[in-house]
Write a protein that binds this ligand. Structure first.
Ligand code: FAD
Ligand code: NDP
Length: 330
């Protein structure tokens, strides 16, 4: 199958790109993935309950409803959505080539496209501790900014795991709602920048638990009530009463399938020309969390999906103009 624009990824970035590309009559094809990166089609929002900060929904909307609406809007304007994961691409020549995960590498022809938008998102790292499956989204979350204001966390003690800027920022953010916030740091120092670390350490509502692993999530069967802590030096364990546990141990951008054909930073996030969606390969664009390790919000992902579609449209117009010019010279 050949398309003018192919989009890989189905979160707010991918679908916003699809809506803009479809309305520009580019008949985009969108690969939504089949549990790619461990996340269902629709992206990270499918793993949360209420989304209260996406403009246009004053009463809030569930993550699944929002992703359903984004998908519906893509389809309404003619996006072809394919429920498959792209496992491999070849960006070395045009048209770009893409292989589906279940394709037989030897015999199956690749799909091709003139412009490619990569919106494959990122996956929050988890520890997979005992109790995690039971209490995920029942006191456990990987996004304090998204979930921190929920009633179950208000005026309750909470714990954030991690020692980077995210952990410090999220712990500081949570002090707005929590009675107290603990930061469990696995060694005796923060990885975070000095300024962020000091802000957290000096906050009257924050206690840093150095050399501390969180080894189990415990609860009453319905919601989280405690965590088990383990001292990294002595091995001693104890329970800490908390109503919320937030992972802030980093994200993994879903870029492995690109096999280093595009530039990334040292942690795998795609690099773009600042203020645009342009990657180092002309005709290949990036949108959403796959290139944004700072903001990581649905609305910023959607905004960058719009940018990628507009950049792709301009690229295709320029290609067409060039082709006409070449033809008229003959
Ligand atoms: P993603 O949402 O990560 O979607 C990418 C999609 O692409 C995934 O479905 C993935 O399976 C698919 N994919 C990956 N690789 C491939 C491949 N090779 N082929 C095909 N498909 C592929 N933000 C807010 O603004 N408000 C909130 O309330 C909020 N709550 C959150 C709660 C949780 C628990 C989490 C984890 C995040 C939350 N966020 C929230 C953040 C928000 O979900 C993300 O910033 C946003 O979804 C990023 O969108 P994206 O389109 O870049 O990628
Ligand atoms: P980082 O990779 O910087 O930090 C991850 C933290 O989690 C580290 O302290 C690490 O410990 C800890 N960790 C990792 N795995 C485990 C584990 N299995 N158990 C316990 N702890 C673990 O990720 P961040 O998300 O904090 O930051 C990512 C990038 O985004 C950074 O460049 C950061 O500067 C930037 N950022 C900037 C912000 C700002 O400036 N406002 C806000 C948020 C992020 P260890 O140190 O021992 O490896």
């Amino acid at each position: 199958m050949h398309s003018k624009v192919t989009i890989i990824g189905s979160g707010p970035a991918g679908h916003t790109a699809a809506i803009y590309a479809a309305r520009a009559n580019l008949q985009p094809v969108l690969f939504e993935g089949m549990m790619a990166g461990g996340v269902a089609p629709g992206g990270q929002l499918t793993t949360t309950t209420e989304v209260e900060n996406f403009p246009g929904f004053p009463e809030g909307i569930t993550g699944s409803e929002l992703t359903d609406k984004l998908r519906e809007q893509s389809e309404r304007f003619g996006t072809e959505i394919i429920t498959e994961t792209i496992s491999r691409v070849d960006l070395s020549e045009r048209p770009f080539k893409l292989w589906r995960e279940d394709a037989d590498a030897e015999s199956d022809e690749p799909d091709t496209c003139d412009a490619l938008i990569i919106a494959t998102g990122a996956t929050a790292k988890r520890l997979n501790i005992n109790g995690e499956e039971q209490y995920w989204q029942r006191g456990m979350s990987a996004c304090a900014v998204c979930d921190g204001a929920a009633p179950i966390f208000r005026n309750k003690p909470l714990v954030v795991i991690g020692g980077g800027d995210s952990a410090c920022e999220e712990a500081t953010f949570l002090t707005k709602y929590a009675s107290h916030v603990y930061i469990a740091v696995r060694r005796d120092a923060f990885r975070a920048s000095d300024i962020m670390a000091k802000r957290a350490e000096n906050h009257p509502k924050i206690t840093v638990l150095w050399n501390t692993h969180v080894t189990e999530a415990k609860g009453n069967g319905k919601v989280l009530t405690h965590v088990e802590l383990k001292d990294a030096k002595t091995g001693e364990t104890r329970d800490l009463e908390v109503s919320g546990l937030f992972y802030a141990i980093g994200h993994t951008p879903n870029t492995a399938f690109l096999a280093s054909q595009l530039d990334t930073d040292e942690t795998g996030y795609l690099l773009v020309t600042p203020g645009t969606s342009l990657t180092k390969i002309k005709g290949v664009f990036a949108a959403g969390d796959v290139h944004d390790k700072r903001y990581r919000q649905a609305i910023t992902a959607a905004g960058s999906g719009c940018m990628a579609a507009l950049d792709a449209e301009k690229y295709l117009e320029d290609l067409e103009a060039q082709a006409h010019e070449n033809a008229s010279k003959l």
